[in-house]
Design a protein around this ligand. Structure first.
Ligand code: ZN
Length: 321
C-alpha cells in the first residue's frame, strides 16, 4: 500500500525536497544545495542520495512510496525530457529516464517549475479545475492548468506569459531577445524600469526620489501611500498585464487567474488593479474571471510536483515494489 510520495523543486541555488502523505499533506521538507559544477551532472545523483537517505532514516519501505514528482526551471517535453536549462547547466536532459534508472522502483514525473506551482495552487484552492497562474518575479512566468492537469503545449512553452508581445514600439530587448514582451513591464524588473524612466522624464515630486535603491517593493509601498508617480507606474504595469490576460482569456477562458511571485506580496491592491484593467479589455463572456493571490509561497513547487504523482490513481494503487 502506498502511504507517501516525494515532491521536489530544483532551483538554481537549492533543491527543495518534500515528503507528503497520499492525501497531499506535507509531512517533512528540507533543502540541499544545487551543485551546478560540471554542467549540473551531480544534481540528480544528489537528489537520489537525499531521497534514499531519508527513506532509510525514517524506515520508509520503497513499496510504500508512490513516486517522485520533480520540477525544474526550464521547458519540459513529453516523456520528462528537459529541453535545456541554462540555470542548472543542463542541455537536453532525459530527467525521468535518468531518475528511474537510478531508482528503478519509483515512478518519476517531471514538470516545469511554474507549471508545477500552478498545479499546487489549483489543488490547494480546491475550487477550480481551470486556472492560469501568473508569477511576477524577476521575470514573468506562468502555468496553465486545464481540467485539473498541466497543459505543457507542443514545445513545453505553454504558460510562458512573460513573452507575450505587448508593445511593438519597444526599443529595449527582453531577456529572450525579443522587444516589447510583457515581462519588460509587469515583472519586478519591469516595474523598476518604468519607474526609473518616469522619474527621469518628469520633474514630478515623489518619495521614490529619496529611496536608497529603487525596487518593485519600494514602488508598491509608495503607491499604497498614495504617491502619485508610484501610483501611475503601478497603473501602467497593471494596464499592460490586464490587457495581456484579457487576450489569454480569449484562448483559455480559465475559472481564475492566480497571481504569485515576489511582486504579489503587494496584496489585494495589486490583484484589484490588474482586475480593473482586465475587465476593461476582456471579452464580455469572460469578464467575471476570478483574480486571487497565490497562497503556497515557496512550497508551491514541491506541492505541485507531488500532485503529478498523487493525481495518478494507478500509481497509488499498483504495487510496483
Ligand atoms: Zn521576452
Amino acid at each position: 500500500m502506498k502511504t507517501g510520495a516525494f515532491g521536489i523543486d530544483i532551483g538554481g541555488t537549492t533543491v527543495k525536497i518534500g515528503y507528503f502523505d497520499t492525501a497531499g499533506t506535507l509531512l517533512d521538507k528540507w533543502e540541499i544545495p544545487t551543485r551546478k559544477e560540471q554542467n549540473g551532472e551531480w544534481i540528480l545523483p544528489d537528489i537520489r542520495d537525499a531521497v534514499c537517505a531519508y527513506m532509510k532514516e525514517h524506515n520508509i519501505p520503497v513499496e510504500t512510496v508512490a513516486g517522485i514528482g520533480l520540477d525544474v526551471p526550464g521547458a519540459v517535453l513529453e516523456g520528462g525530457i528537459v529541453n535545456r536549462c541554462a540555470n542548472l547547466g543542463w542541455g537536453v536532459t532525459p530527467v525521468k529516464k535518468i531518475m528511474e534508472t537510478m531508482l528503478p522502483r519509483l515512478p518519476v514525473r517531471v514538470a516545469n517549475d511554474a507549471n508545477a506551482a500552478a498545479l499546487g495552487e489549483m489543488k490547494h484552492s480546491d475550487a477550480y479545475q481551470n486556472i492560469v497562474m501568473v508569477t511576477l518575479g524577476t521575470g514573468v512566468g506562468g502555468g496553465v492548468i486545464l481540467n485539473g492537469e498541466i497543459w505543457t503545449g507542443a514545445f513545453g512553452a505553454a504558460g510562458e506569459l512573460g513573452h507575450i508581445p505587448v508593445n511593438p514600439e519597444e526599443t529595449e530587448c527582453c531577456a529572450c531577445g525579443k522587444k516589447g514582451c510583457l515581462e519588460q513591464y509587469a515583472s519586478a524588473t519591469g516595474i523598476v524600469r518604468i519607474a526609473g524612466k518616469r522619474l527621469e522624464s518628469s520633474g514630478e515630486d515623489s518619495v521614490l526620489r529619496k529611496v536608497p535603491k529603487l525596487t518593485a517593493k519600494s514602488v508598491m509601498e509608495a503607491a499604497k501611500q498614495g504617491d502619485a508617480l508610484a501610483v501611475s507606474v503601478v497603473e501602467t504595469a497593471c494596464d499592460i498585464l490586464g490587457r495581456a490576460l484579457a487576450s489569454v482569456a480569449c484562448v483559455v477562458d480559465p475559472d481564475a487567474f492566480v497571481i504569485g511571485g515576489g511582486v504579489s506580496k503587494a496584496g489585494p491592491m495589486l490583484t484589484d488593479c490588474i482586475q480593473k484593467y482586465y475587465v476593461k479589455y476582456a471579452f464580455h463572456a469572460s469578464r467575471n474571471t476570478v483574480f486571487k493571490l497565490a497562497e503556497l509561497g515557496n512550497d508551491a513547487g514541491i506541492c505541485g510536483a507531488v500532485q503529478m504523482i498523487l493525481s495518478e490513481k494507478e500509481l497509488l494503487s499498483t504495487d510496483c515494489g
